[in-house]
Design a binder for this molecule. Structure first.
Ligand SMILES: Cc1cc2nc3c(=O)[nH]c(=O)nc-3n(C[C@H](O)[C@H](O)[C@H](O)COP(=O)(O)OP(=O)(O)OC[C@H]3O[C@@H](n4cnc5c(N)ncnc54)[C@H](O)[C@@H]3O)c2cc1C
Ligand SMILES: NC(=O)c1ccc[n+]([C@@H]2O[C@H](COP(=O)([O-])OP(=O)(O)OC[C@H]3O[C@@H](n4cnc5c(N)ncnc54)[C@H](OP(=O)(O)O)[C@@H]3O)[C@@H](O)[C@H]2O)c1
Length: 374
């Protein structure tokens, strides 16, 4: 058996088996369930791991940028490890969809744009400016002449993106599943697509290899004892690893109880993997489900609201030794943390320091796991 590939740069060429939208056409987010074919002798992963995905930039974006800069895509450029065409460098090697503050500063100098230089001198404004633009927005707003060599020196190397793995190899030995929310927005007079999510959601064909690697996530593992109860809290695509958890525990025949706390925008539009959860519930493996749909009612309801309402039950599960998992956006994770502190104060009568200590102890005992990102 070969050594599993898990290094960022030693990638495995997976192929696409399935790309299915799992939100309704009128849902706010276009979320995709993707199944990739892998050779389990070469690529192995565990529940909780993420998949690193290398991608190619959108050809339409590359052509638009070449046109904007009046550059010839066939021009040869060097990226340190040999020569390639500018078009290939922009497509495969350089970051176009995430704008970095250093790129804005460099462009401000090149374009001799005083307003941009002034903005770039203010770190907070610069970060905000870069955070809501792609490179093409910058160059379209501040035209300047640049040669191909200078351009490739100015752009940062393309970085892979991580996606929580939504399957267990105990059930899908030669597949890896992802739950990808396609980043798509209108701004600065153009349609924008996220680099990797646009690639995975819209551009990968079923014959194209998708270069992937496993990013191990030791801090987000199921308890060793399959009888331990688990509380799985996630909003949006943050629910992805829990599908893997339940599959793994089902395959093991584990008897532990599972409580899913899931939030998204609309029950009828984006209840991700609803059928999976129903099947797990029918099979007696999902013991409790708490849902929070933020845009179904006049008032926002988030996962932390459900937790507060069910604080007494949460405490009972924790007293029974449950492990807590939180996955999704950082703001959600922070709000859940605050809700946990309030529950410990309200239901267990702990003062603020004692409540923090309680969660610290849970974390030290590897019973409070968080996987959060911006
Ligand atoms: C450990 C981990 C696990 C993850 N798991 C998942 C997962 O399971 N599913 C999932 O979908 N994602 C997941 N992510 C996020 C994922 O890695 C990518 O960050 C995400 O898909 C966006 O990447 P992209 O290349 O498509 O977009 P990028 O090209 O990186 O563009 C994103 C950037 O676009 C800008 N932007 C976005 N929206 C707007 C807007 N409305 N207006 C202006 N600017 C905007 C922001 O600057 C943002 O940083 C995970 C991240 C981590 C770290
Ligand atoms: N696990 C992940 O994969 C992950 C984690 C974080 C971010 N992202 C990225 O975020 C983008 C969108 O992802 P998504 O639509 O799946 O999830 P999302 O934007 O995190 O939204 C999911 C749900 O969380 C709610 N929410 C917003 N703020 C909250 C808060 N402070 N506390 C609790 N809940 C809150 C949203 O409600 P409202 O919108 O109604 O306010 C929505 O109902 C994607 O591009 C993805 O890459 C992904």
């Amino acid at each position: 058996m070969g050594k599993p590939l898990d290094l960022k740069h030693s990638c495995y060429p997976a192929t696409l088996l399935e790309n299915r939208r799992i939100t309704t056409p009128d849902a706010i987010a276009d979320v995709r369930h993707l199944a990739l074919s892998i050779d389990p002798k070469v690529l192995s992963y565990r529940p909780g791991d993420a998949l690193g995905v290398w991608f190619h930039n959108d050809p339409a974006l590359v052509e638009a940028l070449l046109a904007e800069l009046s550059l010839d895509g066939a021009a040869p450029v060097s990226l340190g490890d040999g020569e390639l065409s500018l078009r290939q460098a922009l497509s495969e090697r350089l970051e176009l969809t995430q704008l970095h503050p250093t790129g804005v500063r460099a462009w401000a100098d090149l374009a001799r744009a005083d307003d941009l230089s002034e903005l770039a001198a203010d770190a907070a404004r610069l970060r905000a400016y870069a955070g809501e633009r792609q490179f093409i927005d910058l160059v379209a707003a501040h035209p300047a002449r640049i040669d191909a060599g200078t351009l490739v020196g100015l752009l940062r190397p393309l970085q892979p993106r991580l996606y929580s793995i939504a399957s267990s190899q105990a059930e899908f030995e030669d597949e890896v599943h992802l739950t990808v929310s396609v980043v798509s927005y209108q701004a600065h007079g153009r349609d924008h697509l996220g680099g990797a999510s646009g690639f995975l959601g819209a551009r990968v064909g079923d014959r194209d290899p998708v270069r992937v690697y496993v990013a191990e996530n030791e801090g987000f593992r199921l308890p060793e004892d399959g009888a331990t109860p688990v509380i799985l809290i996630g909003a949006g695509t943050g629910v992805a690893p829990y599908r893997a958890f339940l599959q793994a525990r089902a395959a093991n025949g584990d008897a532990g109880r599972h409580w899913l706390v899931f939030g998204n925008r609309h029950f009828h539009r984006d209840f991700l993997y609803q059928l999976d959860w129903q099947a797990q519930r029918k099979a007696g493996r999902l013991h409790r489900v708490s849902l929070a749909f933020s845009r179904d009612d006049a008032e926002k309801r988030y996962v932390q609201h459900r937790l507060r309402e069910e604080g007494r039950e949460l405490l009972r599960w924790l007293e029974d030794g449950a492990h807590l998992y939180v996955c999704g956006a950082t703001a959600m994770g922070q709000a859940v943390h605050r809700a946990l502190l309030e529950i410990l104060a309200g239901e267990a009568g702990l003062d603020p320091d004692a409540a923090e200590d309680y969660l610290d102890n849970l974390r030290r005992a590897a019973r409070y796991h968080r996987d959060l990102y911006a």
